[in-house]
Design a protein around this ligand. Structure first.
Ligand code: ZN
Length: 465
């Protein structure tokens, strides 16, 4: 009998890692993500399975909580084939290299501090290095296109379908034969919210025996996207018309490209006042290149941009600042600038320099377009701090602060339910990738429409399909 064991993203949101073992002992790992936030230290723990015995790794999408431990998996013996979309592979390279770079910088900072205390031996090495990330891309990767059935062996086929979450993201239908009977299990990865800004809608899953589904926002409904876009445009227009500047902390993948598309559309429609737009994030610039490379996967509006300007994100007002010198030059622009920079939750990166230079000025605006986790600088500002400390200096916050809640890359409860309801033949639904109290609400909602077929997965729980 096939089994699944979840080694992460069980009653928590991060560390996605699920092991499917078929009757013939084929072992398939679905995602190998990093634990983030307060679970972070768990990344150092040994895997509860032998990575050398895993035959295949299927990746749903390139977010760090789904791919962040892959170099560690390889360091510890995995040498099988990786199946995913080419766009996910391209984004994964950017994200994993950035992750290795951040870990190295953290390590060096901790090391120097420990050295001053004479305790440098106590600082743990980074989880993996840039060289380990390069090794990851030396393994065999098989690129799947959406809706194409890929035969892995006589009894195992997979189909990746558009999850509408970030570029390249897929839910994975795994077809296998057990006791001469065809079976299907689906791993949702993260499911998108029909954003219509850059990605086509989530595809339908027509049938499956079993479903492992994310439940990040299984307890709530999102604000309507259309209203959020209008709110965003209004802040841009009023601030720029008032000779101010707009600061936008943004995640490098997907949210940044969505913001660029909205700004480009405003420009095309004559809604954007004269201004300069700086994308001051080398990582977001690299991610945007991947979006350009795979532009056929985007909605027709983005294709039109490409036809008109030769590229999706380029137009005369966009300036991509890669070097530190170029970034510093933005400081000389006194007014009418829109600055998009990382990190998305303001925990580091170039956005801090822009905060230092511009948060004191009441003509400016700060727009949050993504979730700000507890304990981050972003959350401190959203919660109403009057001043913050950046590089040891106190900075007053006089800008107007705007939190736009409708830009979510995750489906809300009704969207998840309507997707599930279209799946024929579901015997059991397993909830993963969510905080437990939210999963309880989502389970109740599923059980009401699908007669108690939902189960909240525990970590290391062996599920017999
Ligand atoms: Zn994700």
């Amino acid at each position: 009998m096939a089994t699944v064991t979840s080694y992460g993203a069980a009653r928590v949101v991060t560390g996605s890692c699920h092991l499917l073992q078929l009757e013939d002992h084929t072992k398939i790992l679905i995602d190998c993500g990093m634990f983030q936030g307060k679970e972070h230290e768990r990344n150092r723990e040994k895997f509860d399975f032998d990575p050398a015995l895993i035959d295949y790794l299927f990746i749903t999408h390139a977010h760090l909580d789904h791919i962040g431990r892959i170099p560690k998996l390889i360091k510890e013996g995995f040498h099988g084939t990786i199946y995913t979309t080419e766009a996910t592979r391209d984004l994964a390279e950017i994200i994993l290299l950035d992750s290795a770079k951040i870990m190295k910088e953290d390590y060096l900072t901790q090391y120097r501090k420990a050295q001053r205390r004479g305790k440098e031996g106590s600082v743990p090495e980074p989880l993996y290095t840039e060289e380990d990330v390069e090794e990851t891309f030396n393994l065999p990767w098989h690129y799947c296109t959406y809706d194409e059935s890929v035969e892995i062996n006589d009894i195992l086929h997979i189909t990746l379908r558009n999850a509408g979450h970030i570029l390249g993201a897929a839910f994975i239908e795994i077809d296998y034969i057990e006791a001469q009977t065809k079976q299907r299990i689906v791993f949702s990865g993260d499911i998108g919210n029909n954003s219509h800004i850059v990605l086509p809608d989530l595809s339908t899953c027509h049938s499956s025996n079993y479903l492992y589904i994310e439940s990040t926002y299984g307890d709530r409904e999102h604000k309507a996207l259309k209203g959020s876009i209008e709110e965003f445009k209004e802040v841009i227009r009023s601030t720029i018309n008032n000779w101010g500047n707009v600061l936008i902390p943004s995640f490098a993948v997907e949210r940044t490209q969505e913001i660029l598309c909205i700004l480009k559309e405003m420009f095309d429609k004559g809604e954007l006042p004269q201004c300069k737009i700086f994308l001051d994030s080398p990582m977001a610039t690299r991610a945007s290149e991947v979006y350009k490379k795979h532009s056929k996967m985007l909605i027709p509006k983005c294709q039109t941009f490409k036809k008109k300007e030769g590229s999706i994100f380029d137009f005369e007002n966009f300036i991509f600042t890669l070097s530190v010198e170029e970034s510093k030059q933005i400081n000389e622009v006194e007014r009418r600038a829109i600055i998009i920079a990382g990190s998305g939750m303001c925990t580091g990166g170039r956005i801090l320099h822009h905060f230092k230079n511009r948060l004191w000025n009441r003509k400016n605006a700060l727009i949050f377009v993504g979730y700000q986790a507890n304990g981050t600088l972003g959350r401190t500002i959203v919660n109403g701090a009057r001043s913050i400390h950046i590089y040891g200096e106190e900075i007053m916050i006089n800008t107007s602060i705007h939190t736009i809640n409708g830009f979510s890359a995750h489906a809300d409860q009704s969207h998840l339910l309507s997707w599930i309801k279209k799946i024929d033949g579901l015997q059991k639904i397993y909830l993963i990738h969510g905080e437990e109290e939210k999963q309880v609400v989502f389970k109740d909602a599923i059980d009401r429409v699908l007669d108690n077929r939902a189960h909240i997965v525990k970590e290391n729980e062996l599920i017999h399909l």
